[in-house]
Design a binder for this molecule. Structure first.
Ligand SMILES: *[C@@H]1O[C@H](CO)[C@@H](O)[C@H](O)[C@H]1NC(C)=O
Ligand SMILES: *[C@@H]1O[C@H](CO)[C@@H](O)[C@H](O)[C@H]1NC(C)=O
Ligand SMILES: *[C@@H]1O[C@H](CO)[C@@H](O)[C@H](O)[C@H]1NC(C)=O
Length: 363
């Protein structure tokens, strides 16, 4: 059953294509170059810089087994991260990437991570990448701009010719450029911030207020039957897909599970990730993609997962994009890495970890 529905989507996606550029490979496929930015599904690495590997002592807070560069090499084209304010011992304020709380898991400066993304973009001149920064401590555009400048990445940032997407016209024409155009103009990074005040942001117009452009399904799901297709954010859509569609907003499907710990702390649910990222079964990625695309009558633009390498996450997205033979990816294992190291013993209390330095908890 599932393969039949998938086949239909595949044919539909291919039929809409204008043609195939001779040489250029865009986001791992010649078939995507002439497609508009919004009409492609991008695999997203949720909490991209929060890695569960030897460098973090396989921390339970890690959402990915591989770092951002490896994610991008493997075909991920959308990255999310949380930005927090940190006061250094010298009293200076810095903007760091932290999971939930900086005293639990702090992977360093935003600018350093942006530098990593920038050097990847340098090495991959026909790829378009999207980032979403969760603005946990309400950084202003004037705070974030220096981080982009320090990473010398702002010149890659795309600025749409509209502050909110225009309603989709009757002929379905897109307001977004084709990947080809973005690549030709060297504007290959789309940067959303949740949230930033666009009215006060004249200095860095490339910092796009996420919820003016993107709607998301719920992000705080903790069991397989909890995935829903209706808009959760922004609340102004009142959970209405019709409203999201009429607003011309990009659809982001959150597809990861949390595992609730004591004291309201949540960590990625590594126990169930094989099912969460699978093709088939309740709460699987494949099934949810089909359900939500069917209900919205359009494929999601972003699909955000934890442990992107596990299960056929990238294959699912390829099918939705009508991509058969992806080019230029460096694939990594599809397994849970380290035997699932970092799985907490249920009884160990979070209070003991609070006194430990980041990254080394629960080993
Ligand atoms: C891609 O689109 C551009 C402009 O939209 C068009 O000029 C070009 O012929 C298309 N390329 C192919 C191979 O169809
Ligand atoms: C990412 O991980 C790879 C493989 O583990 C490593 O070789 C590379 O240096 C890392 N890159 C960064 C920027 O940390
Ligand atoms: C599963 O999650 C949903 C929504 O998050 C919640 O309403 C429901 O009670 C949960 N079910 C179980 C068995 O925990």
């Amino acid at each position: 059953m599932i393969s039949q529905v998938v086949l239909c989507l595949f044919v539909a996606a291919t039929a809409g294509q204008v043609g195939v550029t001779a040489q250029r490979i865009c986001n791992n496929s010649p078939n995507l170059c002439n497609r508009t930015y919004d009409s492609i599904t991008y695999l997203g690495a949720h909490d991209s810089p929060f890695v569960r590997d030897v460098s973090t002592g396989y921390s339970s807070f890690g959402d990915q087994f591989f770092n951002t560069s490896t994610q991008l090499d493997a075909g991920v084209r959308m990255l999310t991260a949380q930005v927090h304010a940190v006061t250094t011992a010298q009293g200076a304020q810095e903007w760091h990437l932290c999971h939930t709380l900086c005293n639990l898991f702090d992977v360093g400066k935003l600018s350093d991570w942006l530098w990593e993304v920038r050097t990847w973009l340098d090495r991959n001149p026909t790829d378009v990448v999207t980032i979403i920064l969760v603005n946990s401590d309400n950084a202003k555009a004037a705070d974030l701009m220096p981080e982009f400048s320090a990473a010398d990445i702002a010149h890659y940032a795309y600025v749409p010719p509209f502050q909110k997407p225009p309603p989709v016209p009757a002929d379905g024409a897109s307001a977004w450029p084709a990947l080809n155009e973005m690549i030709d103009q060297g504007k290959r990074l789309v940067s959303f911030v949740a949230s930033i005040d666009p009215a006060s942001n004249t200095a860095a117009p490339y910092l796009l207020n996420e919820f003016d452009f993107v709607w998301e399904t719920a992000y705080d799901v903790s069991n397989a039957s909890g995935f829903k297709c209706t808009p959760d954010r922004p609340p102004s859509l009142d959970a209405s897909m019709a409203a999201a569609k009429a607003a011309g907003m990009l659809f982001m499907m959150n597809h990861f599970l949390y595992w609730d710990q004591a004291f309201g702390i949540q960590v990625p649910d590594i126990r169930n990730v094989q099912n969460t990222n699978a093709w088939d079964g309740e709460g699987s990625l494949g099934q949810t993609l089909l359900d939500c695309s069917g209900q919205y009558q359009r494929q999601p633009t972003f699909v955000l997962v934890d442990f992107f390498n596990v299960g056929p996450a990238i294959d699912s997205v390829d099918i939705f994009n009508g991509v058969k033979d992806a080019v230029g990816r460096t694939l990594v294992t599809a397994e849970v890495v380290g035997g699932g190291a970092g799985i907490m013993e249920e009884e160990r209390s979070i209070t003991t970890t609070k006194t430990l330095k980041p990254c080394k908890v629960w080993l």
